[in-house]
Design a protein around this ligand. Sequence first.
Ligand SMILES: [Zn+2]
Length: 144
Amino acid sequence: MDSLRVNADLQKDLFGVLLIEVQVNGKDFPDQDSWGVDLETFFDAINSQKKTMRFVRGCGDFDCCGVEVSARSSTNCWEWEFERRTLQIPWSDVERAVAEVITSVEQLSDDGFGFGPQYLEERLKYFRHKLGEVQAFFSGENKS
Ligand SMILES: [Zn+2]
């Protein structure tokens, strides 16, 4: 199994997309030049058969320097396909990472960050729903 961690600091790319930095096996993912993963695509990829996550890197313009990583969910782990390797991330790591992202977004509501409160409330609702899906995988209830 591989390991996943997130950095609690949220950021925005050049176009205002909400990102979070990710470490896989203790290293910045996909590389040191990474700004982070587009949070929407990260959450969309949870509990999916095959979805693409968008990582912004380099100059901060996904269309120029971005990387797509394909992800799919199984009962055992969250699989990411990257550079002909399959990373196997245990649901326990995903659960912790998702919970940390939610805490970070909750804290954003206090200091603004340029997103309206209504937008953040909607996002939090979606992210918490996804946390429930992760926990269902984790407990083996979700066998799709
Ligand atoms: Zn670039």
